[in-house]
Design a protein around this ligand. Sequence first.
Ligand code: ADP
Length: 491
Amino acid sequence: MDVAGRRAGFYIVHVAHVGSLRKTLTVATITITGLASVVAVALVGITSYLREEGNNLAESVESVRLLEEAELDLLLHARLRDPVVVAEIERRLHSRLREAQRSISTNEESMALQNAQASVDRYLATTHTVDRTPEQLAALLDQAYEQLQVVVAVNLDQAESARRRAIRGDMAARVVGVGIGVLVLLLSGALVWWANRRAFRPLFGLARSIEQFAHGDRTARAEEIGPSELREMAKRFNNMADALAQQREAQIRFLGGVAHDLKNPLSALRLSVGSIRPDGPLPPEPRVRRVLGTVERQIVRLERMVGDFLDVAKIESGQLALKLEPCDVRGLVQEVVTLFEAGSPQHRFAITVPAENIPVRCDSLRIEQVLSNLVSNAIKYSPEATAIEISAAREGDSAVITVTDHGIGIPAEEHSTLFQPFRRVGLSKESIPGVGLGLFVVRQIVDAHGGRIEVDSEPGRGSTFRLYLPLFDPRSAAESGRPALELAGVA
Ligand code: ADP
């Protein structure tokens, strides 16, 4: 199973969306703190309320005490005859009623007390008159007593209301305290449960996967579950593990490709050389020459392969050093075409270059290597007697070199992958020898020069490879502080 397949199977297990760790902890902390604040404020409010009701209750009790003592004084006043004692009782009576006034808390109580006071005053005043009758006194005494009883009743009512309110306040305090306390407890419990199940479990899982991976298990992947931060961490680890696994697979494929491609020329060499026995008589000269020809071709092929392998190794290790110098593209094109014209008389070469120079700053050997690769592919993948057209021109800020053949062509769907290592396409794979590294090396060299390469091809009609390199302007180089380079011999 490939890496993507393994991952797909692996991730079916979960899709629990749990939100973000930061958000959850922030919300939980704010909620618990908010609830604790509500409890504190509510308890402070309820305590003040209870204290007030307590005061009301105490005042009512005090009023009842004073009024009952006043009632007693009134009765004593009616019974006793000693003028000194009676005067003292009258003074006490007045003082108690004044004192009762200080703890008045409602209008009803105030009115009742005023009535009682008026009745008591009327009764006392009548006791000092000479023309009073005992019946008249008794009636006034009853009236004063009744009025005092009314005030007592009002105070008892108030005390009862205060008591009921205090009980309600006490209940509210219990509900708020116990209720919110239980809520905070449940919330804290839920937070601990959440942290254990949703946060720590994925975290430990991720740590386990990293450890397994570090100990050589390349299939170890982390479950992308839990809060978003942990899912993101797991995702990054999985991506990294996938990238490493793909890199490893590419390395193994590369080594396999190298071994496979070295095998063919080596087998050809073994067969050719094996046909001449070192301990036997030499075969006739024409056969020896044929064998030598094959040996030479295979050695050239091996040299090219080893050269490509070395270039790839340099590119992969980032050691592709370029010796940049000013060059005229026309000279480079001419050089390469001359070389191939001599070795491939079966093809016609048509070269088109302008009269004026096309200056670029490049490693001439490397660009010649690029052109050689393109021209040798054009020869390899097109029938004999067809033309191979090579041209160079300026296009905007770039120098453009095109290599066109009228050969087998490349299907459009292969264009994007053509420049990957060991990529060989279509029929050429079986019938035409090659390693599939040439275009990869070409792309890397062109990229290193700040250029680009494009392909335009159709099966059966041929291919055009278009290479763009930045034009070199010695004047702008001088202005930008770079030493102006001499374009010697490239006029
Ligand atoms: P090689 O030629 O050694 O196989 P390259 O990297 O040079 O490797 O080319 C990769 C593949 O691209 C070739 O195998 C071939 O299928 C295709 N290709 C390259 N150039 C041409 C061309 N001019 N015409 C048709 N196919 C080509």
